[in-house]
Design a protein around this ligand. Structure first.
Ligand code: PEP
Length: 272
């Protein structure tokens, strides 16, 4: 009963033209190119055993080859299925690629797009990411659009210029309503998989600037609605401080999502 009342709070409430921000936290695990079938099953079963409730949106993003089997294990749970990428064409002669309809068909709800490893290792441009964001939205998948600066960019004082350009390039041509459906993940490249986490203040500064960018590029309602996750060496020990910042609405978790105990502890930190 208490939970039911609590959930009614999530959403956008407008009082005299001012939007009150009540965003449901969202924690997603990016398993990257890790685990075999048995390992994926063991991890997801470990998470299911934690009995997570739906006060936080939770998703796991396994490798494509494990997505269907992980999807069936979590089908009746509060854990949603995500994938780590998708191709922008609907079907046909695109060897090695996976379409949105294939992801939908196995129950996938989320797709990570523009992850820094795809930008920097696979050479994905904002233009490609933008095409993927558009087809994902058209197919009813929720894109988790990643933006973030390298260490060199941070040290040269261009953090927000880089993020603004990735934001605008990745979201080009979307309507405000479509932008209202996405999730943004701020992931400083220097903090991903390095153990170097942004301080809560560093992360909040960028999240708050992203929130302003949403307002100036779209409108106050969209800015109040869109969830912005932080990603980059989030662990049980630093999650609570990061997630207590006003504009940090959840986490995109790499390494720590491979351990059920650690990932569940981060979800618990998001609950409070
Ligand atoms: C990620 O890959 O999105 C990520 C944040 O990784 P890690 O948590 O390992 O830094």
């Amino acid at each position: 009963m208490l939970f039911a009342r609590y959930h009614l709070f999530f959403g956008i409430h407008e009082f005299f033209g001012v939007f009150r921000i009540v965003r449901k936290p969202f924690v997603a695990g990016n398993w990257k190119m890790n685990l075999d079938q048995a390992g994926a099953a063991e991890l997801v079963d470990g998470l299911l055993a934690k009995g997570l409730n739906d006060s936080v949106d939770v998703a796991v993003c396994p490798a494509f080859v494990h997505a269907a089997s992980v999807g069936s294990r979590i089908a009746d749970s509060v854990i949603g299925l995500g994938c780590q990428d998708v191709y922008f064409e609907a079907q046909g002669a695109f060897t090695g690629e996976i379409s949105c309809s294939m992801l939908k068909d196995i129950g996938c709800r989320y797709v990570i797009l523009g992850h820094s490893e795809r930008r920097h290792v696979m050479g994905e441009t904002d233009e490609i990411i933008n095409k993927k964001v558009k087809v994902a939205l058209e197919s009813g998948l929720t894109p988790i659009v990643c933006v973030g600066e390298t260490l060199e960019e941070r040290e040269s004082g261009t953090t927000m210029a880089v993020i603004e350009s990735q934001f605008k390039g990745s979201l080009e041509g979307l309507s405000p309503e479509q932008v209202g459906e996405i999730v943004i993940a701020y992931e400083p490249v220097w903090a991903i998989g390095t153990g170097k986490v942004a301080t809560p203040e560093q992360a909040e500064e960028v999240h708050s600037d992203l929130r302003k960018l949403l307002e100036t590029s779209y409108n106050a309602e969209i800015s109040a609605k869109v969830r912005i996750q932080y990603g980059g060496s989030v662990k049980p020990g630093n999650a609570a401080d990061l997630l207590s910042q006003p504009n940090i609405d959840g986490a995109l978790v790499g390494g720590a999502s491979l351990k059920a105990d650690d990932f569940a502890a981060i979800v618990t930190a998001a609950q409070s």
